[in-house]
Design a protein around this ligand. Structure first.
Ligand code: PMP
Length: 301
């Protein structure tokens, strides 16, 4: 893998990157009952700081609870492990990937009785998507409805739906897939939440059948602080096509403007002015340039 670092934290120990291994009969590898996070660390004037570390680990514990997984570390221990890992890897900006999984010990679909293991890795991952603007295509698969799985938990198995959606883009010029829900309303991207702006008002699908994105929450907070109205509601595809601006949000992708959906150009087909303001404001916050949001930052010790 590109950009690998020296160490991975695995079950309480720092091990060399190439030694962080698991058995092929690891339970979660077979049945998908694992939970992971995607977190970013940014450089600031006061040194590297992890953005909303506590919120990410809270979500990890929530996701673990829905599959009856008892993580054998406290939230504080995992926070410390993450910060120490970044220091030990001598990296100032990175993507951080914790994963908690059912390990090796038993087979059969029921995970109860398999050991719970956890690893945290970090590496430099500058751009998740290199295009400045995203062309999206609606998916023939719908987002997993909440009567089928628990979609507000970040469970590995839920990503099969995302993978099937992304694979449909092969051989096309689209960059990202757009999932609709069971009723044909907008849900989210394969690994991003979505926002639309119409007449200066932000619209985003309400929680329920989507991941409660931490970037989504940050963007809503920033928008309200900027005096913008934010509406969380059902959104039809027709409304989406007619938006003035649209963008995706996610820890990896940050705030990414959308140029088109299903070949219909959104607004002027360029990054909208409100999107630019939000992007700028987001980057200031994560880089520790806005003291009102210092509480979002976990500095290395
Ligand atoms: N939806 C899905 C399905 C995702 O995988 C992600 C990435 N974690 C998001 C939304 C955005 O979440 P966040 O802003 O917390 O990274």
């Amino acid at each position: 893998m590109k950009n690998k670092t020296n160490y991975i934290w695995h079950n309480g120990k720092f091990v060399h990157w190439d030694e962080a291994k698991i058995h092929v009969l690891t339970h979660s590898l077979h049945y998908g009952a694992a939970t992971f996070e995607g977190i970013r660390c940014y450089n600031t004037d006061r040194g590297p700081a992890v953005f909303r570390l506590r919120d990410h680990f809270k979500r990890l514990f929530y996701s673990a609870s829905v599959i009856d997984m008892k993580i054998p570390y406290s939230l504080e221990e995992l926070e410390t492990a993450t910060l120490d890992l970044i220091s030990k890897n001598k990296i100032t900006e990175c993507y951080i990937r914790p994963i908690a999984y059912y390990g090796y010990g038993k087979m059969g679909v029921n995970p109860q009785g398999a050991p719970v293991e956890i690893a945290i890795a970090c590496w430099g991952w500058d751009k998740y998507m290199t295009h400045k603007l995203v062309d999206m295509k609606t998916n023939k698969y719908i987002r997993i409805p909440s009567v089928v799985s628990i979609t507000d938990a970040k469970l590995s198995g839920n990503y099969l739906n995302s993978i099937l959606g992304i694979l449909q883009l092969q051989g096309t010029d689209y960059h990202e897939t757009l999932f609709l829900d069971l009723n044909g309303n907008i849900a989210e991207g394969a690994a991003e939440n979505i926002f639309f702006i119409k007449n200066g008002v932000l619209h985003t699908p309400k929680l329920g059948g989507i991941l409660a994105g931490i970037t989504r929450d940050t963007v809503m907070t920033l928008a309200k602080k900027m005096g913008l109205k934010v509406i969380e509601a059902k959104l039809s595809l027709q409304e989406a096509y007619l938006a003035d601006e649209a963008f995706l949000t996610g820890t990896a992708i940050e705030i990414k403007p959308i140029r088109s959906i299903d070949d219909k150009i959104i607004g002027k087909g360029e990054t909208g002015i409100i999107t630019i303001d939000l992007q700028q404001s987001y980057l200031e916050v994560v880089h520790g340039k806005n003291k009102d949001f210092f509480h979002y930052l976990a500095f290395l010790k």
